[in-house]
Design a protein around this ligand. Structure first.
Ligand SMILES: [Zn+2]
Length: 145
């Protein structure tokens, strides 16, 4: 499986947890407080990321971009799959919240996590992840594409 380095433009933020859960290194412009085109172009270039945007002019001004015309998340995911972005759930690798790397950890004490469920923790923001209802929801959505 080949994972991509991606940059999501402002209008495409709903895709971030899907892409991160599929193992793609996915920066979201607003997570970095960035909205203006020059800075988005700069990140795409210096970090060698494929830009995913709904802005055709912006897409045409960078070397590697995917233009989304749909506004609905599942339609956007279909477009990404059609152009070759692998949309298969991987073992958790990327924090859905901040894109930080995840590491296996011991379960925190929480009633919502079944005892035998493996747990991962984000090295950057400390968030815990496990394959719970959100995971199943994402799996079902990807299966339905
Ligand atoms: Zn995180």
């Amino acid at each position: 499986m080949s994972h991509k380095r991606l940059l999501l433009d402002v209008m495409c933020g709903d895709l971030r947890s899907y892409l991160r859960m599929c193992g793609h290194d996915t920066v979201y412009a607003l997570d970095r407080g960035i909205e203006d085109d020059d800075r988005i172009r700069s990140i795409a270039r210096t970090e060698r990321r494929t830009l995913i945007t709904r802005d055709r002019q912006l897409a045409e001004s960078v070397s590697d971009a995917i233009i989304l015309t749909a506004t609905e998340t599942t339609e956007q995911l279909r477009t990404l799959r059609a152009v070759g972005i692998e949309l298969t759930l991987s073992e958790p690798q990327r924090c859905g919240r901040c894109n930080g790397p995840l590491e296996r950890t011991h379960s925190p004490r929480a009633d919502s996590i079944p005892d035998d469920n493996p747990v991962w923790q984000c090295s950057d923001c400390g968030q815990f992840f496990w394959k719970g209802s959100h995971w199943e929801h994402v799996r079902a959505t990807l299966d339905s594409l």
